[in-house]
Design a protein around this ligand. Sequence first.
Ligand code: UDP
Length: 254
Amino acid sequence: MARRKLVYEGKAKILYEGPEPGTLVQYFKDDATAFNAEKKATIEGKGVLNNRLSEFFMTGLNNIGVPTHFLKRLNMREQLIRSVEIVPLEVIVRNFAAGSMAKRLGLEEGTQLPRPIIEFSYKDDKLGDPLVPEEYIIAFGWATQQDLDDIVALALRVNDYLSGVMYGVGIKLIDFKIEVGRIWENDYMRLIVADEISPDSCRLWDLETGQKLDKDVFRRDLGSLTDAYTEVARRLGVLPKGGAAPMGKPTLIN
Ligand code: UDP
């Protein structure tokens, strides 16, 4: 059998050529990195959980009319996605101060923000994904003003959806990151949610106890990352009954 063609390998995921033009297969690795890949580990089962969780969030978004790249899950670690042209920005939405914002402004983590705040980082690992103002984005041609208006609208819809879903299972959405991609339909360009949505890219705190259920568990050595992600998946009903490792029927891809 011919091996699939590798398109791109990142820190936590691999992209392979998909079975049809315009599609890709996204494979979730067990690798975890933090602090611009200075801290690294392999955490067994993380990829399986993130594949399931990203499927859950992206399907929900698709169902309420927020377009995403997700097409279908293929097996435990892989999903079929639409191929997009990634906008080279990390779009960060914050509801409560944490992480780099808390540090920069001297705010206590968990302080409620006056309104959701959106910020952009330029996607470049060598530079450590620097925070960039809109003026840079437009001047350097990474996105137009119209794109940014659309991205902000998209990010706020994702925020409302995710905040509500998480609140429903007793979790506070502190902040998250999304990536956005361009697709062309005839002559029209559309911006859709791409990459992944998982506890790797969100801050999730238990509503009652404040316990962290996201990648900060790994960043700050707070315990078992798999236990934290499993708890999120269990609350959302993403794991099969009994809480065993998520199982998926493998699908052969040519
Ligand atoms: N984030 C991410 N990838 C990045 C940077 C940030 O997924 O390369 C997420 C992070 O998990 C958090 C939010 O974006 O949910 C805000 O992160 P922050 O800017 O506070 O950076 P950090 O403190 O994680 O370095």
